[in-house]
Design a protein around this ligand. Structure first.
Ligand SMILES: Nc1ncnc2c1ncn2[C@@H]1O[C@H](COP(=O)(O)OP(=O)(O)OP(=O)(O)O)[C@@H](O)[C@H]1O
Length: 267
């Protein structure tokens, strides 16, 4: 498979309130293949969201560059859809309208009937056919996040960027949405980068888990390959001894980071 996302020598510094500079990401180099699912994991403040925002074009790198499908990322674009923890739906529109507004804007060249078919297809894909006429306040957190997922997928982005999308959901809803997202990405060969704090979520969804260091000379620590064949069945994966070993490796990395932060006075 060809390389689809290239992050080259990327660093990011923010201005600190005292007027100095605060390095958040240092020399990030990462290549992601088409159809690959990569999770970013690391302690709070290590720069996961910043990296995702730079790939999205919402934030500028201080040094280095990002290429998506060979194109240099300079600003946000419809080829990269972002999904956040807080649903970001328009409260005065129905589930259908929240998806339709994105489809109408991105696909104005298509006929009205075709756009209608696309909205229906994606709402059905996320199991919301019967809730299409409901407004966000009438939907549960899981349903709202399904609308956000339908909206993100309906415009057929080249790259899906997910910033802790299930962080606000209860464990059961979270688990069913993880499985749905995994199946949708597998069936549609979607390339995705996801920020998560949840090691089980990272292992279930990822082909690779990128572990980010906090305030280190190089931001990317270890990269863990998750070798389970697809389509994956969560229950079978969790029972495998390989799963426990991978989970242990991730937890150990987070634990070491915690200790390093403690010694550096960051915790
Ligand atoms: N616009 C900004 N201006 C100044 N500092 C910022 C800005 N955005 C982020 N930071 C700082 O950069 C660091 C990394 O933030 P970021 O949100 O990327 O971390 P994170 O790993 O996603 O954290 P979390 O897991 O808590 O969401 C933090 O110290 C944060 O305060």
């Amino acid at each position: 498979m060809s390389i689809f996302v290239e992050i080259r020598d990327l660093s990011k510094e923010f201005r600190s309130p005292e007027g100095g500079r605060h390095a958040v990401l240092t020399d990030v180099n990462l290549e992601i293949k088409q159809g690959e699912f990569v999770c970013l994991i690391g302690h709070s403040g290590c720069g996961k969201s910043t990296l995702l925002n730079i790939v999205a074009g919402l934030e500028k790198a201080s040094r280095g560059q990002v290429l998506v499908d060979g194109q240099l990322v300079k600003r946000p674009g419809r080829d990269r859809m972002m999904m956040f923890q807080n649903y970001s739906l328009l409260p005065w529109l129905t589930a259908w309208e929240n998806v339709a507004i994105a489809v109408d804007k991105a696909m104005s060249h298509k006929s009205k009937a075709e756009r209608h078919r696309i909205v229906a297809t994606y709402l059905e894909m996320v199991g919301l056919k019967d809730a299409a006429r409901k407004k966000p306040r009438q939907l549960s957190g899981g349903m709202k996040q399904r609308v956000a997922l339908a909206r993100a997928l309906a415009i057929k982005p080249k790259l899906l960027l997910l910033d802790e999308p299930f962080g606000a959901l209860d464990a059961l809803t979270r688990s069913s949405l993880q499985i749905e997202l995994m199946q949708i990405c597998e069936q549609n060969h979607i390339t995705a980068i996801m920020v998560t704090h949840d090691v089980d979520e990272a292992l279930l969804l990822s082909d690779r888990v990128v572990m980010l260091n906090t305030a280190a000379s190089v931001s990317v620590g270890q990269i863990l390959h998750v070798p389970f064949a697809r389509p994956r069945i969560a229950a079978e994966m969790i029972d495998s001894p390989d799963y426990s070993a991978l989970r242990h490796e991730l937890l150990q990395f987070l634990h070491q980071q915690h200790q390093a932060r403690y010694l550096a006075g960051l915790t």
